[in-house]
Write a protein that binds this ligand. Sequence first.
Ligand code: PGA
Length: 251
Amino acid sequence: MGVRKPLIAGNWKMYGRRAALSEIAALHAQVGHVSGAIDALICPPFPYIAAAAETARGGSVLVGAEDCSPVAEDSARTGEVSAAMLADVGARYVIVGHSERRSNHGESNDLVRRKAEAALAAGLTPIVCVGETQAEREAGRVAEIVGGQVRDSVPAGGAFVVAYEPVWAIGGNSTPTIPEIADVHRLIRETLQTKFGDKANRTRILYGGSVGPKNAAEIFSAGGVDGALVGRASLKASDFAAIILAHPAAV
Ligand code: PGA
């Protein structure tokens, strides 16, 4: 294994019911043998996290959340879920700043950074999402937008993961080309290097947006890609396992 253990994370979004938890056991059965080489993570909706962590206990699949409150201490915040609560029920990671949160809930870089810092304070690893829209790409602003999001959304210290998810590639059928993905991953790592020095070489940078069993191997071959953040194709264990087993570390 290199300095960065690959991480392949599933984001269930607002899909699934209790019955979907059987996919976690099925996933363990299919990818457990590569868990020394690759981290496999499932992030279900809040109501299912505790049961998911119970199902996953003692196995190879890690469990995380899709969001958390930026406020660390127990307080009067109706409807919010703290990172400490997530850790308490067995979550290990939390996605913050997903583009659907940024666009549907107006989440700013500053808010995303505070969520990432709250996650770290609770002992969780934040997965900080960044990515440009179609219009920003067409206007040649990828470096400016993604560089700015990285600078302003990542926590000041601690171990975190960055997920590069071009907004236009999420939920569709198209992805950037392999050289385009490698370019943005290089930009993200350089931005982290400027801010954190050597730690940037230990930070995992995932690609997300229309990753599936058919294109996973090619995407994993892009320089600087340390894994994937997967939406639709993480809902079925067979699809998600095929993605995990497509990683070159799964030998
Ligand atoms: P998708 O979603 O894999 O369904 O494109 C990715 C994401 O939003 O994380």
